[in-house]
Design a binder for this molecule. Structure first.
Ligand code: ATP
Length: 199
């Protein structure tokens, strides 16, 4: 699996539609300070479901929408799509190519899509469990993040190893199953109470 392209439109400094195509090997993005290099990494984090505005270096989620310049009016929505080659089927989906996209309007309305079909944020999170690519993954290392990882608490470092070894999805499933079990226990208690009252 590898990242084939990133499409941005109305996202941060990218007012016009731009497509970054990536090929085999290493790609470097260079440019003067403030030209938007980090905005490219922010776009990938955002489309993968980043909800923490601080991680996106903004004050509110609407700050990712192109805010306008002296010569250009602000735009009404931000759109990002990333396309991954899934030839090795590392992503658990029956497609050779997977495009994940996210759109946010100034009104707050937003949508996520996987290969053009509307989906929930949860579906995107699940698609990327244990791949290192999700918004919490280690595929995107931001400025200052290496220091944070090296000085993180053991429990935080553990999360990184869990993701790398591929056990995150099992842990989440276990948590969901435990929650269901707990709910069922409460239901049984309630039914027993009702039965006792009827007897
Ligand atoms: P450096 O090399 O200093 O780290 P950089 O190339 O990584 O810089 P970014 O931090 O990606 O640059 O981009 C910052 C630019 O993005 C600033 O000029 C800022 O005005 C612009 N920008 C951020 N959000 C928006 C927005 N919503 N609308 C328009 N421009 C924006």
């Amino acid at each position: 699996m590898y990242l084939k392209s990133i499409e941005v439109q109305g996202f941060k400094s990218f007012a016009n539609k731009i497509v970054f195509d990536f090929h085999n090997g290493i790609t470097g993005i260079v440019g003067p300070n403030g030209s938007g290099k980090s905005n490219v990494a922010d776009a990938v984090r955002w489309v993968l479901g980043e909800q923490r505005v601080k991680q996106l270096r903004g004050g509110s989620m609407q700050d990712v929408i192109f805010a306008g310049t002296e010569n250009r009016r602000p735009l009404s929505y931000a759109y990002v799509a990333i396309t991954l080659d899934n030839g090795d089927h590392q992503l658990p989906i029956d497609y050779e190519e997977v495009t994940v996209s996210r759109r946010l309007y100034r009104s707050g309305e937003s949508e996520y899509l996987i290969n053009g079909a509307a989906c929930r944020l949860k579906d995107i999170n699940e698609l990327f469990y244990d791949t290192g690519i999700g918004k919490e993954g280690y595929s995107i290392i931001g400025q200052g993040q290496i220091d944070r990882i090296l000085s993180s608490r053991p429990e935080e470092s553990r999360e990184l190893f869990d993701e790398a070894t591929g056990i995150v999805k099992f842990k989440r499933r276990k948590n969901t199953a435990q929650k269901k079990l707990e709910d069922e226990k409460q239901n049984i208690l309630r039914i027993n109470d009702i039965l006792a009252e009827l007897e």
